[in-house]
Design a protein around this ligand. Structure first.
Ligand code: PMP
Length: 337
């Protein structure tokens, strides 16, 4: 294929049958592998859609500055888009993001401001507050605000959803997707439910995040919040992009099982995917009891494994976390200490 520029290669990622890792599961399981995007994550779709929508609405023009608070992947996609379109890109990043992710952002020409991961969202040092402040301080700056910008989920309504529907020839029965901002989950889920309301939408959350509890009770429970290792998955705020009404089940997974599942995907399926892809895979295993041979499950794998070489793909790091001693439990699991 020949393309006009790198942005034209965003989307149309492959749906890959996972035959070995899932041999004990009764259904057909597929991975929607978003690492095939040029920025190696699903965030290429979101960032491009949000920037182009802002351009269409006359909110930004080349030469302006785009500011965003990001765990890294949105930042990389934005930096790529900004290089091509001629914007300055300023990113506030949580100190939890891996070194590899920070180097990637800088390689792509972004200006990176690292903010303490333990600062509460309303704390002026948090990466949310800093992004907002920078967008007010820098003349001509525009804050994309992916958590509340509904063009985030619209990006997936218009691309990821239709792709999965076509790739499964309408046979999909379960969609398993991590929730961070909620964009990937909600946009895709809305499209799929419109096509077939019986499709089960399974959201994946981290222990240490408020999302599942909020879905269950409608209340923001501060006591749910504590540090965890998986990046991109879960939230300590309630983002406007999570369509809670579309979710049929919410599954929390641990740092440990997410890491082991990602490693298993590499060793058994030849897929070097990111940490939260392991979370999605673990959630599929947790569905085991409810799956039937005719079911078609699609798990979305948000990003590429190279971004975690110093973490889950590093045995020393795994030992330091105490993850090597015990493999991932197959079914039930307990929150980490
Ligand atoms: N996994 C990774 C690695 C991510 O970067 C993100 C995005 N923050 C997610 C999962 C969650 O995606 P979303 O923000 O669309 O909910």
């Amino acid at each position: 294929m020949r393309y006009e520029n790198v942005l034209a290669t965003i989307g149309n990622t492959p749906l890959i049958h996972l035959s070995r890792i899932t041999k004990d599961l009764p259904a057909k399981i597929y991975g929607k592998v978003e690492a095939y995007n040029p920025g190696q994550s699903a965030k290429d779709r979101t960032a491009l859609f949000m920037v182009e929508q802002a351009e269409r609405e006359g909110l930004i023009k080349p030469g302006d500055t785009i500011v965003e608070a990001t765990s890294g992947n949105t930042g990389y996609s934005l930096a790529m888009i900004c290089s091509l379109k001629g914007y300055r890109c300023v990113l506030t990043v949580s100190s939890k993001a891996s070194q590899e992710k920070l180097s990637l952002l800088k390689a792509m020409g972004a200006e990176v401001v690292v903010c303490p991961a333990d600062a509460a969202p309303e704390d002026p040092r948090s990466y949310y507050s800093r992004a907002k402040q920078l967008s007010e301080d820098i003349p001509g700056a525009y804050y994309l605000a992916q958590n509340f910008n509904l063009n985030n989920s619209k990006a997936h309504y218009s691309s990821t959803g239709p792709e999965i529907w076509e790739q499964t020839e309408g046979k999909i029965t379960h969609y398993v997707c991590c929730a961070g901002t909620g964009g990937t989950l909600s946009g895709t889920a809305r499209y799929l439910k419109e096509k077939n309301p019986d499709i089960k939408i399974i959201a994946v959350d981290a222990y240490g995040s408020v999302l599942k509890k909020y879905w269950e009770t409608g209340e923001f429970d501060q006591s749910e919040i504590y540090p965890y290792k998986v990046e991109g998955l879960g939230k300590t705020i309630i983002p406007g992009n999570v369509a809670f009404d579309l979710i049929d089940d919410f599954i929390k997974v641990t740092d440990r099982s997410s890491a082991h599942r990602a490693r298993q995907l590499a060793r058994q399926e030849g897929l070097l995917v990111g940490y939260s892809s392991g979370s999605a895979m673990q959630a599929v295993f947790r569905l085991k009891e409810q799956l039937k041979p005719t079911d078609v499950v699609v798990a979305l794998f948000p990003d590429h494994g190279t971004r975690y070489l110093g973490k889950i793909y590093n045995d020393e790091w795994m030992k330091q976390q105490g993850f090597m001693q015990q493999p991932a439990p197959l079914n039930g699991e307990h929150p980490h200490p």
